[in-house]
Write a protein of this length. Structure first.
Length: 261
């Protein structure tokens, strides 16, 4: 069933809202969350509109210079970076976090990232990259599913149990690897454990060969506003080492960041 009333599926729009703008922004959000390229059919399915509507949105983005078209697929252009940079340039959180991420990276020798909650996803807003040949694939602006990412589980831990189950029930809970937990009850237990311990580990649940650890960043009022994390090759770093060595460093730097918020 399509929804040509405007906007992304599941979101209400005020009477004064612009349907065309809402659809265009919904298409933009598909890039990266689903694929680096979109066809008319995949765009239509992704935002729940008719193909003709999706095609108009994509062609408008081409005209504006945000997307290019090779005759079959649409891909974002560098101009798209302007949209994401607005948040990074105006929000104080990424700027305040950068030194803390850098200090943790220098001590651990691993890339360190900061993620925030955004509409049921864990979104990376700052990162200190380590110099390694093999990269983890994490980048600023990347969105990870909350059910199988360490940062997502930390951010879920800021919610009460009923809200956690509501979020998990609405999510696709894709089985990314043979190790991915998808059962809501089992995931709630993991989130509760992360909430109690103040730490979450995703052990090859998001991607085979990769482990991640995350801790919460809380502001002066005690509210969890972000998650600080490290991802590393499972062949190089064990889960126990992450907990024993990485956890204290992340907690220290997350605490320092929290005291500035």
């Amino acid at each position: 069933m399509t929804d040509d009333g405007g906007g992304a599926p599941g979101r209400s729009r005020s009477p004064e809202g612009m349907a065309g703008l809402a659809k265009g922004l919904a298409v933009i959000e598909l890039f990266g969350s689903t694929s680096s390229r979109l066809s008319v059919a995949s765009a239509a399915e992704g935002i729940g509109v008719a193909r003709a509507t999706a095609r108009r949105c994509l062609l408008t983005l081409v005209e504006l210079g945000y997307v290019e078209h090779d005759g079959r697929y649409f891909r974002p252009t560098p101009r798209m970076l302007r949209l994401g940079s607005t948040y990074l340039d105006t929000s104080t959180l990424p700027g305040l976090a950068q030194q803390r991420l850098t200090d943790a990276r220098d001590e651990l020798g691993e890339s360190v990232s900061l993620a925030v909650w955004e509409d049921g996803w864990s979104v990376f807003v700052a990162r200190a990259e380590a110099s390694r040949i093999v990269k983890t694939g994490v980048r600023v602006g990347a969105r990870l599913p909350v059910h199988c990412s360490a940062t997502g589980r930390v951010l879920l831990g800021a919610l009460d149990d009923d809200r956690v189950l509501e979020v998990l029930g609405a999510a696709e809970r894709e089985c990314r690897t043979p190790h991915t937990l998808t059962d809501p009850g089992a995931l709630l237990a993991v989130v509760r454990e992360a909430r109690q311990e103040g730490l979450a580990i995703s052990d090859e649940e998001l991607e085979l060969g990769m482990r991640a650890i995350a801790v919460p960043v809380s502001d002066g009022a005690g509210r969890v506003v972000a998650a600080m994390s490290v991802s590393a090759s499972s062949a190089r770093v064990s889960a126990e080492r992450m907990r024993r060595e990485f956890g204290p460093v992340l907690r220290r730097e997350a605490g320092r960041l929290g005291r500035t918020l």
